[in-house]
Every structure is written in structure tokens, then in C-alpha cells.
Write a protein that binds this ligand. Structure first.
Ligand code: DQA
Length: 143
């Protein structure tokens, strides 16, 4: 079963965002790095991005129906989307939350994650390596 990797709003424009938090990495660099890591460790993945809460929720519903494991960076939705949290609650397979930056070292509104309480674990602050670490953790969880 492929691991679904979901990326939320504004992540597709990473190289135009705050360099101190996201560096020079473009979204295409990010997906290439994740794909490379997945193939190195022999995992199949599919990566999707949306700026839309509704589209992300539809993909989470599909993953729940398929019992598919999910790695999700909900981006700004992390901090306030109870709808995404409720959708995550329906997932049957493991789910890991990731962030490129460390939200706890940033503005106060980023210190709350409404999804952290309903995922297996959260990996933040390591840039693209947050995703690589999540893949390694997921590999163990789905074994
Ligand atoms: C982010 C952190 C969020 O606070 C922010 O809104 C993002 C990206 C991260 O990956 O560091 O868009 O999820």
C-alpha cells in the first residue's frame, strides 16, 4: 500500500516564502527529495498538494476508506482546522504530522496544533528531513 503524503496551503510556493524558515527549497525540490528517500528505503508513496481544505479532507476520506497510511503537513490548517482534525480521526492506518519548520519557535498562533492530539506523532523543524524521518517512522508503524 502506498503511503499518502499530503501537503497543505502555500507549500507549493516554498521558495517564495520566508527564507529563515524554509530556506531556498522549492516544492519540486521537496517532492524530489521525499521521492528519493522513499525509494532508498523501499517505500511506495504518492504526494499531493492542495491549498483547499475541502480537497485535503476529500483525500483524507479516500485514505480512510482505503485504510491508507498518511503523512500530513497541514501547513496553516494545523493551527485551526477542526475539520481536518475530524477527518484525520477517521483514518484507520497510522498518520504522522510533519512540519518543515519548528512551529513552537515561531509566532504564538503556531504553538497550537489541533491535529497533534489525533496523530501517532509529530516531526518538526528538520526541513525536508522531517519528511524522511516520518517515512522511517511510518515504515516501522506499518510493518
Ligand atoms: C508549516 C508550519 C505552519 O505553521 C505554516 O503555516 C506552514 C508550514 C511547516 O511545514 O513548517 O505553512 O506547516
Amino acid at each position: 500500500m502506498k503511503i499518502l503524503i499530503l501537503n497543505g496551503p502555500n507549500l507549493s510556493r516554498l521558495d517564495l516564502r520566508e527564507k529563515n524558515h524554509y530556506g531556498d527549497l522549492s516544492y519540486s525540490d521537496l517532492t524530489k527529495e521525499i521521492t528519493k528517500k522513499a525509494s532508498e528505503i523501499g517505500m511506495e508513496i504518492e504526494i499531493k498538494h492542495s491549498d483547499s481544505e475541502s480537497e485535503l479532507i476529500s483525500w483524507i476520506h479516500e485514505a480512510a476508506d482505503k485504510k491508507q497510511p498518511v503523512i500530513i503537513n497541514p501547513a496553516a490548517f494545523t493551527h485551526y482546522s477542526y475539520a481536518i482534525r475530524d477527518a484525520i480521526c477517521m483514518l484507520k492506518a497510522p498518520v504522522i504530522e510533519v512540519h518543515l519548520s519548528n512551529p513552537l519557535s515561531r509566532e504564538e498562533f503556531r504553538h497550537t496544533s489541533v491535529v497533534s492530539g489525533v496523530v501517532q506523532g509529530t516531526i518538526s523543524g528538520f526541513g525536508v528531513d522531517s519528511y524522511s524521518l516520518a517515512l522511517l517512522a511510518m515504515q516501522k508503524l506499518v510493518k
